[in-house]
Design a protein around this ligand. Structure first.
Ligand SMILES: Cc1cc2nc3c(=O)[nH]c(=O)nc-3n(C[C@H](O)[C@H](O)[C@H](O)COP(=O)(O)OP(=O)(O)OC[C@H]3O[C@@H](n4cnc5c(N)ncnc54)[C@H](O)[C@@H]3O)c2cc1C
Length: 228
């Protein structure tokens, strides 16, 4: 079984049958920032800290690509979509409690935008159902907790993935247990040497897949030449 990995995710919401209303955060397209993103589906889980990019269709960037295989497999193999949870900054609940504490006439927007791109700060405050003109001292405890939840553990809506067309690597493939790791020879078909992406292994963004292809290619080449 194979599947696209390191692929962007889509977030297209259909509100009425036969109409496509676009991604819920489509207005943020082009904004990028470092985040920590976790994808969970059953026993599958992947977390990545790195760049996140809002696109016209959904989300991309290294953090999204790195966890995308969990999202892809959740739909293909489990029939239930993975949960994507994003922490928009490195601040935790306590840090945000202090950043959002009452402070004169400072607004919620000013406090959140001090840590995030302005348009994203606006979108997240609205997502929390809070008026953008609110000052920190007007914020109720419930509103503060709701906003902190969105800033630290935002459940990201998503609808699918961009598949092999945009994938940087193929997941799945020939089981590593079927290969002799010294020579890369198949244990099932003697005389057949395998390497690279066709094997059931891939790494995150950062050159690991080139490294895997080159290292296993070299090992397979040496293995094949030594057996002849
Ligand atoms: C857009 C994109 C960006 C990427 N960026 C990175 C990156 O920055 N860093 C990184 O580490 N990895 C990156 N990758 C992943 C990396 O390119 C692959 O993991 C790696 O090239 C896999 O090497 P491979 O030799 O196993 O397969 P491939 O490079 O796919 O080579 C397979 C070759 O076999 C040929 N072939 C197929 N069928 C046949 C046939 N029947 N007969 C003869 N020849 C055949 C194909 O034409 C191809 O040349 C990227 C991939 C993509 C698509």
């Amino acid at each position: 079984r194979t599947y696209p990995a390191l692929t962007p995710l889509t977030a297209t919401v259909r509100r009425k049958p036969s109409t496509t209303d676009g991604a819920p955060f489509a207005a943020l397209s082009g904004i990028s920032l470092p985040v920590t993103l976790t994808a969970r589906a059953g026993t599958l889980e992947s977390t990545s800290t790195g760049g996140f990019l809002f696109t016209h269709h959904g989300y991309s960037g290294p953090a999204v690509l790195d966890v995308s295989h969990v999202a892809v497999r959740s739909c293909a193999e489990m029939g239930a979509p993975a949960r994507l949870v994003v922490s928009w900054t490195s601040l935790n609940d306590k840090d945000w409690e202090s950043a959002l504490g009452p402070r004169g006439s400072r607004t919620v927007l000013t406090a959140v935008a001090a840590q995030l791109p302005h348009r994203l700060a606006e979108a997240l405050i609205e997502f929390a159902g809070i008026d953008l003109r609110r000052t920190l001292s007007q914020l109720t405890r419930d509103e503060r907790l709701r906003l902190i939840d969105i800033l630290v553990r935002c459940e990201l809506p998503w609808s699918g993935d961009e598949g092999y067309g945009k994938a940087e690597v193929t997941g799945g493939g020939v089981r590593l247990s079927e290969i002799d790791p010294k020579t890369m020879e198949s244990k099932i078909h003697k005389g057949l040497f395998l390497c690279g992406e066709m094997l059931d292994a891939f790494g995150p963004i950062g050159g690991y897949n080139f490294l895997w292809a080159w290292a296993t290619g070299r090992a397979a080449g040496l293995g094949a030449s030594h057996t002849q």
